[in-house]
Ligand binder design. Structure first.
Ligand code: 13P
Length: 271
């Protein structure tokens, strides 16, 4: 596989390749349950996580399917574990069959919402423009967007990482202010590492996290230093510690390994 060669901005890199900024950011470990778990199974998993949760500085988040959000959030209401939706529509109400809005997921108990996941982009025609509308709607309703970006293998091999990531960031964050950015979490999920067992090396991931932070800094100034940037793509207990030790990796967005309490708790313990 081609090595990543992101032309980093030298003046900026010095600012971001140290660990100082990390204290300014909320560390987060989030589990994206995707199209898995019935309501009963989701509740079971939430219970096991709650029982086994170690003391941690990380904010722990789980993202069940829409129909399980309410039950899971109700069960976790006195727990430090927060609940996220996996997507939402940008309108609040109206004739939009099959969609769910920010006020609805908030009412169900969600605090976060994943927006622009590569699976939404790939299978459900999500674009940077719709991602932008959803981020704005989430912010309007005080939901924290977990805004996903990431390149495919073909884009990586064609040396387009820089272009792809900056285009996704520019499009997704269009018209937003630094104040808005301070309320957003970014997740870097290289598409080739999702569900494939191929994790980006901590160095490969850190390099793109620095690129993301520098791109945000160019647009929004020092607020970029306050944005938590999570890594996602085959994170598991055996690789999470090394990934999370990098200065610009502030947490993880976990798919497969978040479906088993033992693995997800293992990632939290190792962190
Ligand atoms: P995996 O951890 O299964 O690779 O999935 C990552 C992901 O897509 C989280 O949103």
């Amino acid at each position: 596989m081609a090595q990543l060669t992101v032309p980093l901005c030298n003046a900026g890199s010095k600012m971001y390749v140290n660990n100082r900024g990390k204290n300014m950011r909320t560390p987060i470990i989030a589990g994206n349950w995707k199209l898995n778990k019935t309501i009963g199974e989701a509740l079971e998993l939430a219970k096991t996580l709650q029982q086994g949760l170690p003391t941690t500085k990380f904010e722990i988040v789980v993202a069940p399917s829409y129909i399980a959000i309410n039950k899971v959030a109700d069960f976790l209401k006195n727990s430090p574990i927060k609940v996220s939706a996996q997507d939402m529509f940008w309108e609040d109400t109206g004739a939009f069959t099959g969609t769910v809005s920010a006020p609805m997921i908030k009412d169900a108990g969600a605090k976060y919402v994943i927006i622009g996941h590569s699976e939404r982009r790939q299978f459900f025609s999500e674009t940077d423009e719709t991602v932008n509308k959803k981020i704005k709607a989430a912010l309007k309703h005080d939901l924290t967007p977990i805004f996903c970006v990431g390149e495919t293998l073909a884009e990586r091999e064609a040396g387009k990482i820089n272009a792809v990531i900056t285009t996704q960031l520019d499009g997704g964050l269009r018209d937003l202010t630094a104040n808005d950015l301070a309320k957003i979490v970014v997740a870097y999920e290289p598409v080739w590492a999702i569900g494939t067992g191929k994790t980006a090396t901590p160095e490969q991931a850190e390099e793109v996290h620095v690129l993301i932070r520098e791109t945000l800094a160019k647009k929004f100034g020092d607020t970029a230093n306050k944005v938590s940037i999570l890594y996602g793509g085959s994170v598991k207990p055996s690789n999470s510690k090394e990934l999370l030790s990098k200065p610009n990796i502030d947490g993880a967005l976990v798919g497969g390994a978040s479906l088993k309490a033992e693995d997800f708790l293992g990632i939290i313990k190792n962190a």
